[in-house]
Unconditional design. Structure first.
Lengths: 557, 283
């Protein structure tokens, strides 16, 4: 059954343990060689509300969420009511036998049989795992490997009871066929990939103020801080976060600052400080719907302009927007490299959806990945040293304070080459030019937009960041309908070079920009930079991720 | 042998008679007196007349944003605890714009020295009230007189059990040198609130006004007595106590990071085999 995809959705209240069992099932699938794509949506509360943990699984690469549900696992009756219209005809619904559900696809499970409420989540997970053909032993192994040792025994008891109950029933479901050659894979969320990519690239310092959905980056770094020798400090506010990171970076330690739109708003003066003092820093903006507090736990791509236009004054910056977990890993590495090499701030735009989406990623050889060694070697510098020497390419060698006899002077004022504040108005334009020149060099380092699909398409989707998978799947769906479709995905959204993309946009019947915001920020940016007007837009700004079905419903109109 | 000349002599942008001159000399004298070389020291400052100080001496410098000297200093110290880190700025920068960082840095007890040039007025922006301006002081922007109660930096620092809390006066040079030296040598957060006249914009708290009031603490004063320090930090008026008001020996922030016991963060490589082990846990 090659090409088969199953969408499994856990629905329930916060506190019912969806986020505990969801990853266990997903991980077991990845270990078996399947591709998974997880979507988590939840309300801004610790208990109650309606939460979703959806796992889309298949034998081939899955890169987008799906609106239709094949297996609905209800932790409460409300979940059935909410999702009944999204079920496929041959779907199954699992829930408590005590609920009054009239549906042919219903499997009532005696929740009470499995003991305390605490274990009901594992009971339904066992049933789901059994239905799709996962063996009990492999599920038990994931429980052993990932749950706290004190609770594995009881959970495995419940798992066994679920498999036993299922054995006695005759419920038929789409069994996932086995994968012959298992490629070793990791299962990571977008933010785990950002954090691990950062560590692999040489990041050693992180300062942050907790804010959804950005905190998971700091949390992942904290989890590995002892082993990897990282300092991760929760600070008093976002202003402290960026300034502390700049302090550590100035002293020679590559630094990262994760935040969301509101927190980044507080950091913008610090961003500008990075610009003029030429102090490297990586900033991650995990986007959520604004303005103001907006929807704290939902997703959006609404902060592109914020990232691009924030910070007073003129200075170069680079902005990446990863399209999947793998790109989260590699673009964060790239961000570290760019900020340390060119001494310009590097920004990564993620969002709640990709931040919390577990995805499989092919393993790579970590031991061969290069990492950044910050600063220049003092023995190769002529003296007396000037921190802001005006060089041909604008990059001044950056010595680190205290590591040599040379004095390092960084300044937020306009400054002399030595680093002292100046009112020399003939020097000022030379310093501005020096800084902007570094931006010119970024062209050779640009991550090219990725074009996929028909060479002469009738429809070309243009997108950026996390919507990549959904857009590419839509193009595939159009192709199977006999239409010529293609996609152009940008994982670097700044700087933009028309030479790299204009050729794709011209001579296409319909170019459609697909973005998770209301105003088409990227489409407008394309026009500003290249003059090309993208007339068709598909926008989503209800707080949920863009899905292939969402795009198809708006493409065929 | 290091001497004060190694710390340089620069032309400044300060008004003649400014308290900053004495302060600059005292800092240089304290550093040279400790045998510290300029490259071993990092000055971090914000914005204001006081924040220009690091531009007028030889040392490593990061002159950042208004109010933000403390987080920068903290980050730099954590990155390289071998650096002597001195945050040097004025009352508006440290107590006003940077108030939240002031509280947090004290709580952390990071081993930095904080020199606050406290002239009770905004000098660079030409004479508005500062957080430490006394109630009733009339300025162009507070024409009816300052209504807010003055911020008491020493009482705040003592209340939060800061590692080292002292006051000095720019007109008492020897006292200032001694106090700054003690502050640098203290392991943990050290605050020196330094009273100084602003000859251009503060016509109330003049050199003479401070000179008449500043009195050194008596030799039997015990700075380890927290309750006494709380009381002493409230004294302000006809008499202004100067000296070490409070100190304790609680462990500094960086001492609490086991990681830093193995050496400074700067210069450490990525241990890729350990990272590979971590990646294995994501299978």
């Amino acid at each position: 059954m090659t090409g088969q995809k199953i969408n499994i959705l856990f629905g329930g209240e916060a506190g019912q343990g969806l986020q505990t069992v969801g990853p266990i099932l997903a991980r077991c699938l990845v270990r078996k060689g399947f591709s998974v794509h997880v979507t988590q949506t939840y309300e801004s509360r610790v208990r109650g509300g309606h939460n979703i943990f959806a796992i889309r699984v298949g034998e081939k690469k899955i890169s987008a969420p799906c609106d239709r549900i094949d297996l609905l696992i209800c932790m409460n009756e409300e979940s059935f009511q909410i999702h009944r219209d999204e079920l496929t005809d041959d779907a199954l619904i699992i829930g408590n036998e005590e609920w009054d559900i009239d549906d042919d696809r219903w499997i009532g499970l005696p929740f009470k049989m499995f003991g305390e409420k605490l274990y009901w989540n594992m009971a339904v997970t066992g049933i789901a795992a059994g239905l799709i053909g996962l063996d009990q032993e492999s599920m038990g192994q994931v429980i052993d490997d990932t749950m706290k040792s004190g609770i594995t025994k009881e959970n495995k008891r419940v798992l066994a009871a679920a498999y036993k109950w299922l054995e006695e029933k005759e419920n038929k479901f789409k069994i996932l066929s086995g994968i012959n050659k298992i490629q070793k894979k990791w299962m990571l969320t977008g933010h785990e990939a950002v954090a691990l990519g950062a560590i692999s690239g040489g990041i050693k310092f992180c300062s942050f103020y907790p804010m959804s959905p950005a905190t998971s980056i700091a949390q992942t770094l904290i989890n590995h801080s002892q082993k990897m020798g990282l300092i991760v400090e929760q600070v008093e506010d976002e202003i402290a976060a960026i300034n502390m990171a700049l302090g550590a970076s100035f002293a020679g330690v590559p630094s990262i600052v994760p935040t969301s739109g509101g927190g980044f708003a507080l950091m913008t003066e610090g961003l500008s400080l990075s610009g003029i003092s030429e102090t490297p820093v990586v900033i991650v903006i995990a986007q959520r719907p604004g303005p103001g507090t907006g929807l704290a736990t939902r997703t959006e791509q609404g902060d592109l302009w914020h990232a691009l236009h924030s910070g007073h004054g003129e200075f170069p910056r680079v902005i990446y927007a990863p399209g999947n977990v793998e790109e989260c890993f590699f673009l964060t590495r790239k961000a570290v490299e760019m900020t340390e090499t060119y001494q310009v701030p590097a920004i990564i735009l993620t969002d709640q959806y990709i931040a919390e989406s577990f995805q499989d990623m092919d393993q790579i050889d970590i031991e061969t990945l290069p990492f950044i060694k910050p600063g220049a070697d003092a023995s190769e510098i002529s003296v007396p040293y000037n921190r802001y020497w005006i060089t041909k390419n604008g990059i001044s060698p950056r010595l680190l304070p205290g590591l040599s006899k040379q004095l390092v002077i960084g300044d937020s004022h306009e400054h002399t080459e030595l680093g002292h504040m100046t009112e020399d108005l003939t020097l000022r334009p030379r310093m501005v030019d020096k800084r902007l020149k570094k931006g010119d060099m970024l062209k050779d380092e640009a991550v090219l937009p990725e074009y996929k699909g028909s060479k002469k398409p009738e429809i070309l989707f243009v997108c950026w960041g996390s919507v990549k998978g959904a857009v590419e799947e839509s193009a595939e769906m159009l192709k199977s309908d006999g239409k010529k479709a293609a996609t152009l995905h940008f994982s670097q959204v700044w700087p933009l070079y028309p030479d790299n993309f204009l050729k794709y946009l011209e001579n296409v019947d319909r170019v459609i920009a697909v973005e998770g915001n209301a105003t088409g920020q990227f489409a407008q940016l394309i026009r500003r930079e290249s003059g090309f007007l993208i007339e068709n837009r598909i926008s989503r700004y209800d707080g949920l991720p863009i899905t292939p079905d969402f795009i198809m419903g708006r493409t065929n109109r | 042998m290091i001497n004060i000349k190694d710390y340089g002599d620069y032309e400044t942008a300060w008004c003649p008679g400014c308290g900053n001159f004495n302060l600059l000399e005292a800092v240089k004298e304290a550093l040279a007196g400790q045998g510290l070389e300029p490259h071993e020291v990092l000055f971090v400052s914000g914005i204001g007349q006081a924040a220009k100080t690091p531009h007028y001496l030889n040392a490593n410098v990061f002159n950042g944003l208004h109010g933000r000297a403390l987080p920068v200093a903290t980050g730099a110290k954590l990155a390289n605890p071998g650096l002597i880190v001195i945050a040097d700025s004025g009352d508006g920068c440290m107590y006003g714009e940077g108030g939240n960082h002031f509280l947090a840095a004290i709580r952390r007890n990071i081993d930095i020295t904080v020199l606050v040039h406290n002239n009770q007025i905004y000098g660079l922006t030409k004479g508005q009230a500062s957080p430490t301006s006394d109630r009733g002081v009339v300025t162009a922007t507070q024409p009816g007189g300052v209504v807010s109660e003055a911020f008491n930096p020493l009482a705040t620092a003592v209340a939060l059990r800061a590692g080292f809390v002292a006051r000095s006066f720019a007109g008492m040079k020897d006292h200032l040198v001694t106090t700054i030296t003690e502050a640098i040598n203290h392991k943990g957060f050290s605050l020196v609130d330094i009273l100084q006249p602003c000859v251009s914009f503060n016509k109330v708290n003049t050199f003479k006004w401070y000179k008449e009031r500043c009195k050194e603490l008596s030799s039997d004063y015990d700075p380890s007595d927290w309750a006494a320090a709380m009381e002493k930090s409230q004294v302000w008026g006809d008499e202004i106590p100067v000296g070490v008001i409070y100190r304790n020996e609680r462990p500094s922030f960086e001492e609490s990071y086991p990681l830093l016991k193995e050496g400074p963060l700067v210069g450490q490589n990525v241990n890729r085999s350990k990272l590979a082990e971590i990646m294995d846990s994501y299978t």
